[in-house]
Design a protein around this ligand. Structure first.
Ligand code: FAD
Length: 387
């Protein structure tokens, strides 16, 4: 059967990962239908700052959407890693790795606007929340509501990319989820010195924090810590908050001058424990979530999308959704996903605790890393391409 008369692959969730998958399929002439709960355009004002790796930029470039994003993205040319209370520090520089940038900071809404502009209207149904996914006689079936009517569609393959917060009891979707016990506070801050395209990653005894260059002068702040301490930071007036930030972050960017609205969300680590059900595959945040310390989670999700479309494009349509095809896909993703989770856990556990004696080692570690080029190459490859 040619792909032209094949039932379309259904994607549940038209967030960034679902849409990247759909646009890549569309580009290859593969039949696809996205079911998205929200109205298209509803997230275009979402200012959440995503850190895109250089590898993610390559994926977006391949889809022809990077040009629309680039003008509103802020390049990260240097990553500066330090630890509160120690002299050790290391710097990763794009130039040293022959890259035009180590990554980019982009608002979720900017990315969504570019992706919504690229998806063919016939390939997406918006305001169509999916309520159930099940397997049925060699295919999968999806129930969704559209214009107040409950409708069902069948497909050889249902790709679940709904972010991990709405569907339960789906075949193949068994997750091992644990709370890190930490929350992340996110906001935008301005400070005395210009950012010079440097992203700062700082480990403190209570949790890691990051300042990501965003726009001409501002930084996006991600400050993680125990829920009670993040709750406390949310209650402070702006001036006191900025003083606390200065104390925790140090003097590298001068005094902090202003802070925008502060929001927080709980940090979860979750991964699939079983994903061997034919006709259903889970990708993006729905498949794994990790601590934001190394900016890995979202980029791992885009690589899921890229690899899955590669698998579909090189399989016969009759094989779509088969156990063999999905196992082949899972094999290509295992190392990246596991590596991302382990790498993230390593950073959180090693650099953000107050075990006596570790501090000196960490300081030495960061100092050594600064002069040990193979280790820096490993870090840049891991963060850029998941390798
Ligand atoms: C509150 C919050 C704040 C965050 N802040 C940051 C941040 O500051 N920086 C950062 O790098 N990362 C942040 N993240 C993580 C980041 O948003 C994710 O890595 C990224 O959005 C994952 O993309 P995705 O496409 O897999 O999922 P999502 O972006 O969650 O997209 C899922 C899509 O599926 C749709 N959907 C959900 N359920 C259904 C359903 N049943 N039927 C149909 N459609 C459905 C949703 O409407 C949505 O459009 C944050 C996450 C959360 C939850």
């Amino acid at each position: 059967m040619s792909s032209a008369n094949q039932q379309p692959v259904i994607i549940v969730g038209g967030g960034p990962v679902g849409l990247v998958t759909a646009i890549a399929m569309q580009q290859q002439g593969l039949p696809v239908k996205v079911l998205e709960a929200k109205k298209q355009g509803a997230s275009h004002q979402d200012k959440r700052a995503l850190a895109l790796s250089f590898g993610s930029r390559n994926i977006l470039e391949k889809l022809g959407v990077w040009a629309a994003i680039e003008a509103k993205a802020t390049a990260i040319n240097t990553i500066h890693v330090s630890q509160r209370g120690s002299m050790g520090r290391t710097k990763l520089e794009a130039e040293e790795h022959d890259l035009p940038a180590l990554g980019y900071v982009v608002a979720y809404g900017t990315l969504m606007q570019a992706l919504d502009g690229a998806i063919d209207a016939k390939n997406i149904i918006d305001q169509a929340p999916v309520s159930a996914v099940r397997q049925d006689l060699g295919q999968a079936e999806v129930d969704f509501t559209s214009a107040d009517e409950l409708t069902s569609l069948v497909s050889p393959l249902v790709i679940i990319a709904e972010g991990g917060r709405s569907l339960a009891n789906v075949p193949g979707l068994q997750r091992d989820a644990k709370a890190y016990g930490h929350d992340a506070l996110v906001s935008k801050v301005s400070c005395e010195r210009s950012h010079d395209h440097i992203a700062y990653e700082r480990f403190t005894q209570t949790g890691p924090m990051a300042l990501l260059p965003n726009g001409k002068r501002d930084f996006s702040l991600v400050w993680t810590g125990e829920q009670s301490s993040i709750d406390h930071l949310l209650t402070l007036d702006d001036a006191t908050f900025l003083t606390e930030l200065h104390t925790a972050f140090g003097d590298r960017v001068g005094r902090f001058l202003s802070v925008q609205k502060r929001l927080s969300f709980p940090l979860l680590k979750s991964q699939l424990t079983s994903n061997n059900t034919p006709h259903v595959v889970v990708i993006g945040n729905s498949a794994q979530t990790m601590h934001p310390v190394a900016g890995q989670g979202f980029n791992v999700g885009l690589r899921d999308a890229d690899a899955l479309v590669g698998q579909l494009a090189t399989s016969m349509p009759a094989e779509w959704g088969s156990q063999a095809m999905l196992e082949a896909y899972a094999a290509t993703r295992k190392r990246d996903t596991k590596g991302g989770l382990l790498f993230t856990d390593f950073l959180v556990n090693t650099f953000s605790n107050d075990v006596i004696g570790l501090s000196g080692l960490r300081s030495t570690g960061l100092g050594l890393l600064d002069v040990f080029q193979p280790a820096k190459n490993f870090l840049v490859n891991k963060m850029s391409y998941g390798k």
